[in-house]
Write a protein that binds this ligand. Structure first.
Ligand code: DP6
Length: 380
């Protein structure tokens, strides 16, 4: 073999607190509004991508979670083309004309319905950037793979500016605050038992743009105002306001789904049980200590501060009984959580729901953007 260049990165999942829902340009993936998210730690959820470049390869090839997939989709082609052009204009090595082998894996089950495309495309672009030694903000390239992927190019709180240029070159993600800015924030992901296939986000948001009056109002009136309040709440570490806006924005997104014609339903009964549980919890505390947000599926992403995690985990155990030995996963072990006793006032509010409606819970925190690593993936 003449020469082989290798690059491997890990990239994170992100969860939006001001949602992206709607495109102005379908092909370039230019959104109808700005959005804002928190990047989650790659210790608990991540995509890993290895890219090999060699003059001996005859065509680009891609393996996703062990299965060979086509590289000829428009989204993958757009990402590869943009990076190769940037590499060619900087005379980078390896030669950008050499063909690539791309191996990508998620460390979480795709079936869990977590944001795998965001982490996956961010990882593809980060690994390509690393392969060719490129510097700078390549979030607009990740955006061409999947809109929300551009926000996974940075750690901490990230804002995706929709931009004003018709070519989308200024539709980029920018870090608002690093994860170290508010280190006490925790994220508890409730993976809901649900077998139903959802309407994908791409087609769902397209239908909302075509039919929802409420989405027009959201784009013109709500997001421009709300995103500034959200940025301020983050800057002031005002969890009560951060939590309220997060919940309101999730609720508006799902209201738009219902306002879409024909309507789209992502949240199920368990999702709504979680919503009730969060509001009960907050009213017992007299302020918002817990927030929920839901994407294009029934799973809940809960935000809280570290000091409340043991109590919240106990609330989840009480409300959603489970036989599973690894019901609580991620950074907090069952042992830590088991030590907490709920106050009787809180406990009597929580009627246990039928066992098994929550598959498991992942406890995690905010984290960094894509990171190069030295261990490369191989094809089995
Ligand atoms: C509900 O980024 O998956 O998660 O750009 O068509 O690939 P495409 O859509 P995608 O949409 C994500 C929508 C969301 C909200 C969000 O992450 O902001």
């Amino acid at each position: 073999m003449a020469s082989l260049y290798l690059s491997t990165c890990r990239a994170p999942v992100n969860i939006a607190v001001i949602k992206y829902w709607g495109k102005e340009d379908e092909r370039l993936i230019i959104p109808t509004n700005d959005s804002l998210s928190l990047t989650l730690s790659i210790d608990d959820l991540c995509a890993t991508t290895t890219i090999a470049a060699s003059p001996d390869f005859s065509k680009d090839r891609l393996w996703l979670n062990g299965k060979e997939e086509s590289t000829s989709t428009e989204r993958i082609q757009n990402c590869l083309r943009a990076i190769r052009e940037a590499a060619a204009s900087r005379s980078s090595s390896p030669n950008p004309e050499w063909k690539l082998k791309i191996i990508s894996e998620n460390n979480f089950p795709t079936a869990a319905g977590l944001a795998s495309s965001a982490a996956g495309y961010a990882c593809l672009v980060a690994s390509l950037k690393n392969l060719y030694g490129l510097e700078g903000n390549y979030s607009s390239v990740a955006r061409k793979g999947s809109g929300s992927a551009c926000r996974s190019m940075f750690g901490g709180f990230v804002r995706w500016h929709k931009g004003i240029q018709p070519d989308g070159e200024d539709s980029i993600a920018v870090q608002v605050a690093p994860s170290s800015f508010w280190p006490e924030i925790r994220v508890i992901i409730c993976v809901v038992n649900d077998v139903k296939k959802d309407t994908g986000s791409t087609s769902g948001m397209q239908r909302s743009v075509e039919t929802s009056e409420l989405l027009k109002y959201r784009i013109a009136e709500v997001v421009p105002r709300r995103i500034e309040f959200m940025a301020k709440a983050i800057a002031e570490k005002d969890f009560d306001t951060f939590a309220r806006i997060t919940m309101q924005d999730s609720n508006q997104f799902h209201a738009i789904c219902q306002d879409t014609y024909p309507p789209i339903r992502y949240m199920n009964q368990t999702s709504w049980d979680i919503v009730s549980m969060v509001h009960k919890y907050n009213s017992k505390h007299g302020s918002n200590k817990l927030a929920y947000t839901f994407d294009a599926g029934p799973n809940a992403f809960l935000f809280c501060l570290e000091e409340n995690v043991p109590e919240i985990v106990e609330v989840l155990r009480t409300q959603f009984p489970s036989d599973s030995t690894d019901f609580i996963r991620g950074m907090y072990s069952d042992d830590i959580a088991r030590k907490t006793n709920l106050s009787s006032a809180l406990a009597c509010e929580l009627t246990p729901l039928p066992p098994g409606s929550l598959k498991y819970v992942i406890t995690t925190r905010a984290g960094e953007g894509p990171t190069p690593i030295q261990e490369h993936l191989t094809i089995e």
